[in-house]
Write a new protein. Sequence first.
Length: 169
Amino acid sequence: MDIGAASEKAMGMSDAVWARHTNPWSVWTRIASGPAWFLALWSYTWIGWRAAIPIALMAAWTWINPRAFPPPKHFEAWASKAVLGERVWLERKEHPIPVGFSRAASISIVISLMSLAVAAYGFWRRDFWAAFMGWHAAMLSKVWFVDRMAFLWSLTSDQAGRMRAWSIS
């Protein structure tokens, strides 16, 4: 199982949840929660094990977020297209996608994982700048991934009825 499929399974992403997640508010608040995640994790240096509280709150928000907003009235927003493109990418084994998108997604994931390793080192060593730079480099890589997914949707949305159904459901 790949990271995307594992994440989708862990988040319990049903068709109804995916439809709600296509709301641009869901995408933008998820992106905006990156700095809050950083602060929750960094709070360990200030409050020790009580940091479990903000970390648990952020984990709860991460799970609630794709469910928190109603499905959008249309899917023309960049953020909506990005979510629909992510679904296309997740189904790439059953329905092949252009090679360049798999490559871009893989590069983005590798950059994110390497950046998160730097962030983890920074959190462990209590090195603010290593944690900060690693975390935010991972966030930028994720936004690049999301942008590629929006472009993927733009290229593939008219090629399969199942994809059109996602944007109507």
